[in-house]
Design a protein around this ligand. Structure first.
Ligand SMILES: [Zn+2]
Length: 192
């Protein structure tokens, strides 16, 4: 993963290219730069698709959860059901911003595989049980508010997934190489 240095190289290249341009093409280039925010806005309304494979239930889901500038309630319901507390069957409401985080992470890594789910929503009862078993589980876990998920993905090394998640700066990133997963959440930007 060297997306940062890669971007820097591209930036330097475009400055050099700009210098070498005739006034005519340069004007066009500047016009293209001015149009860039418009393109970025257009991209933000593009459909967003996510794919999941739950490691505990064996369930799979590929779903377009955002389209024409809106979250799709039926799709969010399907996601909530898949990411339910598999121990108790309780269905929580996952934070749509977490889905956007996963979508951005997928774009950043270039992964083509579904997210493999270790843990999504956790009911208070499950979280209490896990907390009693392991000091690594917080009493006020963001899993209980649908703001956290534990994942891995088959076509990205775990360390690369972690690096990509850190580079997004969208919330917490926990690295658990011993259990082979990365925790991401939409809480404060922090890492452990
Ligand atoms: Zn977690």
């Amino acid at each position: 993963m060297s997306s940062c240095s890669h971007n820097r190289t591209k930036e330097l290249a475009s400055v050099d290219t700009l210098r070498g341009m005739s006034r005519f093409t340069r004007r066009h280039f500047v016009a293209a730069l001015a149009a860039a925010p418009v393109l970025a806005r257009a991209r933000s309304t593009e459909p967003r698709v996510l794919a999941f494979s739950h490691l505990h239930t064996g369930e799979r889901l590929e779903v377009e959860y955002f389209s024409a500038g809106s979250y799709l309630p039926d799709a969010l319901d399907e996601v909530n059901r898949l990411l339910r507390d598999f121990r108790t069957g309780d269905v929580g409401a996952m934070d749509p911003a977490l889905l956007d985080l996963l979508h951005a992470l997928r774009t950043r890594t270039g992964s083509r595989k579904p997210y493999e789910i270790i843990s999504g929503y956790r009911s208070p009862a499950t979280n209490r049980m896990l907390h009693e078993r392991s000091s690594g589980v917080a009493t006020k876990s963001l899993h209980m508010s649908g703001q956290a998920i534990d994942i891995r993905v088959a076509d990205v090394p775990l360390a690369g997934l972690r690096e990509a998640a850190l580079s997004l700066q969208r919330g917490g990133v926990g690295y658990y190489p011993g259990s082979n997963f990365v925790h991401v959440d939409t809480g404060r930007v922090r890492a452990w």
